[in-house]
Write a protein that binds this ligand. Structure first.
Ligand SMILES: [Ca+2]
Ligand SMILES: [Ca+2]
Ligand SMILES: [Ca+2]
Length: 431
């Protein structure tokens, strides 16, 4: 994708009418994007000079060091030997295996589980740049039309959640092989944790006072592979429960997504009730504001409270007063925070270690991070304080249950609908 970005940037910069006097500045920018393209292009052993339409990048590597890291330099060069020559060099520390990312791996995301409703075949769809076979529940003709209408929205491919449906719920899990056994058929060794980054956009624009025009949001979830098959998904046994976000509830299988599990919810609809978790309006959302929150699983005896804030004892799903819940109120007469139709991005890190017979887990998340390295999942992010920071100790059995995990997204809608794009995804494990 960055190769494409570089070309797009240069096309923009070279649009007719660009003043010659700006050429030096333009070439500086081109050199920078070339260097960035080089870093993105690199994999172990790929060194030397590579020429694109706009210039050249030159890759060098040293390593790997004892931790398996290479130091990679990428020199972007434009117009060598001319007065307008520009060079820009970037250096990065890179693991031997490239992070899992949509550009290379989107076809490894397993097609969604079709839920109980009649229309849920479309609750989650994957738009790969290559046309895959029709997902379950769609004819080849329907799928080809949908694909053609959507594939070009985001370079590198994207996952569409919600699909404009009411009463939908779905989950999609990574199902690939990665880095010599770290992941096998989507079952991944969590080790010291992981780092993930992705962009998202809610297509709906919700400027209602109480954030009730669109619903309900989604989660990025990391769940036990020991107990959850690749078809695991939540949702209600009956009735309309978008508030479960496809993360809570028994789902079509009756088992839902069983614990242990950790997720970050992006919740756009207020369900503030604190009654029985099988009832409508029972998530204990703190207010009307769009919010992010860390989710575990509530009481292990029921799937219905898995995304109810305050549910559970060890661990407890975080409430507003904790570091595990972050909200932003609607501003003035504008849209609700995340439901503005604009691109947003999310970075999540889970830091995991053994502690006292169980496991220490630190969940950190940044919304719309902008500091240096914010999208680099090969290193911990230190440039900005996370908006979400929550730490728990899990009991030995739960800790062991997260030795092998699946990761992916869940979504749910009820009486209102949503369409959400997930794109520019990458993930790497901390080792
Ligand atoms: Ca909610
Ligand atoms: Ca919530
Ligand atoms: Ca539960």
């Amino acid at each position: 994708m960055l190769l494409l970005s570089a070309l797009a940037a240069s096309i923009t910069l070279l649009s007719p009418g660009a003043a010659q006097t700006k050429l030096a500045g333009i070439n500086e920018a081109r050199a920078y994007y070339l260097a960035l393209s080089g870093l993105n292009f690199w994999s172990p052993g790929k060194t030397g000079s590579y020429t694109l339409a706009t210039g050249t990048f030159i890759l060098n590597q040293t390593g790997p060091d004892a931790g398996g890291y290479y130091t990679v330099t990428s020199l972007g060069r434009v117009s060598p030997g001319l007065p307008s020559e520009a060079n820009h060099q970037l250096t990065a520390r890179r693991k031997s295996a490239k992070p899992i990312n949509f550009d290379d791996d989107i076809d490894d995301f397993i097609l969604p589980t079709v839920g109980q409703g009649t229309n849920n075949a479309r609750s989650i769809l994957v738009f790969d740049s290559d046309l895959a076979d029709a997902p379950p529940g769609l004819s080849e003709h329907e799928w080809a039309t949908l694909w053609a209408d959507n594939v070009n929205r985001y370079a590198g491919g994207w996952v569409r959640l919600g699909g404009g449906l009411t009463n939908s719920h779905g989950a999609i899990w990574y199902g690939g092989d990665y880095d010599a056994g770290t992941c096998s058929n989507g079952r991944c060794t969590l080790g010291r944790g992981l780092r993930a980054y992705f962009a998202f956009a809610f297509f709906g624009y919700d400027d209602s006072n109480d954030s009730t025009r669109c619903a309900d949001g989604f989660t990025f979830a990391v769940v036990t592979a020991a107990n959850d098959p690749a078809t695991a998904v939540g949702g209600p046994a009956s009735g309309s429960r978008g508030e479960y976000l496809g993360y809570a509830g028994p789902g079509p299988s009756g088992h839902g997504i069983v614990p242990p599990k950790i997720a970050l919810e992006v919740d756009t609809y207020p369900n503030k009730g604190r009654g029985r978790t099988t009832d409508v309006n029972s998530r204990a959302d703190a207010g009307n504001a769009n919010h992010l929150a860390v989710l575990y699983w509530g009481d292990a005896a029921t799937p219905y409270d898995d995304n109810t804030h305050g549910a559970g004892t060890s661990p407890v799903n975080p409430e507003k007063q904790s570091g595990g819940y972050y909200e932003q109120a609607r501003r003035g007469n504008g849209p609700n925070w995340l439901e503005d139709g604009q691109p947003h991005s999310l970075r999540l890190e889970i830091h995991r270690s053994d502690a006292g017979g169980g496991g220490d887990y630190q969940v950190r998340a940044w919304i719309d991070p902008a500091g240096e390295g914010h999208a680099d999942v090969t290193a911990d992010y230190a440039a900005q304080t996370p908006q979400i920071e929550h730490r728990v100790t899990l009991a030995a059995a739960d800790h062991a249950g997260l030795d092998a995990i699946r990761f992916g997204w869940t979504e749910g809608t009820g009486g209102q609908s949503q369409t959400v794009a997930i794109y520019d995804f990458s993930l790497d494990f901390r080792r």
